[in-house]
Design a protein around this ligand. Sequence first.
Ligand code: DAT
Ligand code: MG
Length: 140
Amino acid sequence: MPTERTFAMIKPDGVRRGLTAEILRRIELKGYRTVGLKLYQIPRETAESHYGEHSAKPFFGELVDFITSGPVVAIALEGENAIAGWRSMMGATNPANAAPGTIRGDFATSVGENVTHGSDSPESAQRELALFFAEGELLK
Ligand code: DAT
Ligand code: MG
């Protein structure tokens, strides 16, 4: 399996609800290396670019409002199969379908506020890491 880097994020609801330590704990226990980490208030333009694939969806405005509603924790993860692996730790987008034991399954009840983000492909991982981190902010 390939060693990959992926972009993970604790969304504003996760930070507000005090879930940061629990989520970082799960990442550490899983064994992914954290190669970038910061508390970050996302500028609106960055949020619109990050969620660009959803710009035509009816929930786009709400999504951007929500993701900019408070600080997030931006995380760069590295490990074998980290892209799919982190998405599997998060669980399904809609918490109603997320299995117990996953982050969304354990902590979220609403599709709009589902606690974490994870890149869905190598291309989006590369794009999102570059959007959220300057080169010098990531460990070599
Ligand atoms: P994911 O975050 O699992 O990659 P996605 O890329 O399809 O899911 O959607 C991005 C975010 O947009 C998702 O985490 C929550 C929000 N969202 C998706 N579908 C939605 C819907 N039907 N109503 C409201 N928000 C939605
Ligand atoms: Mg997505």
